[in-house]
Design a protein around this ligand. Structure first.
Ligand SMILES: [Zn+2]
Length: 64
């Protein structure tokens, strides 16, 4: 089921292989990106100062 907002939380299953940006870090003017493959779980953000779930926003889909 596609997520219409293109936002995902830590621990959710990736259904779109793509590059994602940490929104928490984006708000803090840090550019943090991860590449997540189909079927993998979204990671924690290593750059967020506070522990907890990160919110990842799709920035660039991977086109095979
Ligand atoms: Zn972050």
């Amino acid at each position: 089921m596609p997520n219409s907002s293109n936002n995902y939380k830590t621990g959710e299953v990736c259904d779109q292989e793509a590059r994602y940006q940490c929104l928490n870090c984006d708000w803090a003017e840090r550019e943090v990106f991860v590449d997540v493959s189909l079927g993998l779980l979204f990671p924690f953000c290593k750059s967020c100062p506070a522990p907890g779930d990160a919110t990842w926003h799709l920035v660039q889909a991977v086109s095979a």
